[in-house]
Design a protein. Structure first.
Length: 198
């Protein structure tokens, strides 16, 4: 496949999805990843201000079906990289942490053209392109929920039965519970053993 100029670059804007802007920068020259002035103007006008305000961009490079699959995959990645590199130079991305501005890029080769039914070997300007999604919100990893402290099982109701008198406790006639030889409690001066029944 050989380089072939194709004229001015073109930009197609799609209806917004929420606050996101979706655009197709297309009509790249055949076998070229270089941005055209129309592409640069759109990026400066629409994308850079959003990134400067803390937004993000997702870039997907594409190719028509006139070259080999391997060549087109490589070229689509180069086109996406050209857009990311351009934005990076204009927004000082090297000095901004990735949690503040996100650049995600990929190349899909001629896959989009093939799925759309374009014939192998055909040359279509809409697939010599980069698809751009710009969002004013930064996509961050969700904050994990706080660690859950296991809740203890609810207390089981206790059934008590009286086992009979064992000692008359004149000395221990006090209005509180006392522990002696296991579970004992004091009621009206008589020590009674508490038995837990299943």
């Amino acid at each position: 496949m050989a380089f072939k100029p194709t004229g001015r670059g073109k930009v197609a804007l799609y209806p917004p999805v929420g606050a996101e802007t979706h655009a197709l920068l297309y009509n790249f020259d055949v076998d070229s990843e270089s941005l055209k002035q129309d592409h640069v103007d759109f990026l400066q006008r629409q994308v850079i201000p959003t990134l400067a305000a803390g937004g993000n961009v997702v870039v997907t490079g594409m190719c028509s079906r006139s070259g080999s699959i391997a060549h087109n995959l490589k070229l689509s990645r180069q086109r996406a990289k050209q857009v990311v590199d351009f934005l990076g130079r204009r927004t000082n991305i090297g000095r901004v942490s990735s949690s503040e501005v996100i650049f995600a890029s990929q190349g899909v080769g001629e896959g989009a053209a093939a799925v759309a039914g374009s014939k192998d070997g055909s040359e279509e300007e809409t697939y010599r392109a980069v698809y751009v999604i710009v969002s004013p919100k930064v996509i961050t990893k969700p904050t994990p929920p706080p660690a859950q402290v296991p809740t203890p099982p609810p207390p089981q109701p206790k059934t008590w039965r009286q086992e009979g008198l064992s000692i008359r406790a004149k000395v221990l006639e006090l209005p509180f519970f006392k522990r002696l030889n296991g579970h004992l409690y004091l009621t009206q001066g008589v020590i009674r053993r508490a038995i837990l029944t299943p």
